[in-house]
Design a protein around this ligand. Structure first.
Ligand code: ADP
Ligand code: MG
Ligand code: MG
Length: 208
């Protein structure tokens, strides 16, 4: 089974719904170790994406849909997360450009390019207590899952969720939370948690 444009659209809608549902939680996480705007920022961005989905072309590929996500997040989210998620979706969509259907290898290519884009832009390493600590285990789990794109996305989502929990004891070395130094330990990174929700939405859309 391969995933097409309907999956990309459904992923986007489910991501918007999950972000909206967890907006307060994400904002509270960011209040603990940041400036308390992560939930609001992402919710604004995904609302804007959903508003544009209906106007997208009938012959759009999955890459076209995910590129629309990228450009809209870049122009509406702001802060650190806007450019980082925007770059992730932009690099990811380029990696699957022109494909009508995504197999497991294409899903892994998307996730890898997305993660690499975030690293290129934000220079975070694993263990720095950022969204990379959710994306990197997600990429590794998807690559290990085999040819099935649905299994790859489920493995990625579960690994991202575990990766977000595992940021709790870490001391932040990038982003606003790094200003707190040792005091950032004991809190979950908001961007790692939002990554877990976004990838959960991708898996749920694939399983639907
Ligand atoms: P801001 O800090 O500008 O208010 P957000 O609150 O929207 O931005 O996003 C904060 C999240 O961005 C953090 O929880 C972290 O996951 C992520 N982040 C910040 N800086 C970096 C970076 N250099 N590399 C990767 N992720 C980062
Ligand atoms: Mg913030
Ligand atoms: Mg901010």
């Amino acid at each position: 089974m391969a995933l097409g444009t309907a999956w990309a659209v459904d992923w986007t809608r489910r991501a918007a719904a999950l972000v909206e549902e967890h907006k307060q939680e994400l904002t509270h996480l960011d209040r603990d170790i940041g400036d308390g705007d992560h939930g609001e920022n992402l919710d604004r961005g995904f609302r804007a994406v959903v508003a544009k989905l209906d106007a997208s072309a009938a012959d759009a590929t999955p890459g076209d849909v995910l590129k629309l996500v990228a450009t809209t997040l870049i122009s509406t989210v702001g802060g650190a997360a806007g450019p980082l998620y925007g770059t992730a979706f932009l690099k990811g969509s380029t990696a699957i450009k022109g494909l009508d259907e995504l197999d497991g290898a294409a899903i892994v290519a998307f996730l890898t390019a997305a993660r690499d884009g975030i690293v290129l832009r934000g220079k975070a390493e694993p263990g720095d207590k950022t969204m990379i600590d959710a994306w990197t285990p997600a990429v590794d789990a998807a690559a290990a899952a085999g040819d099935d794109p649905v299994a790859a996305l489920r493995a990625a989502a579960d690994a991202a969720a575990a990766g977000a929990v595992a940021t709790e004891p870490l001391v932040a070395r990038k982003g606003r939370a790094s200003y707190l130094g040792e005091r950032s330990a004991g809190h979950r990174d908001p961007g790692a948690q939002s990554t877990a929700y976004i990838l959960e939405a991708a898996a749920a859309a694939a399983e639907a």
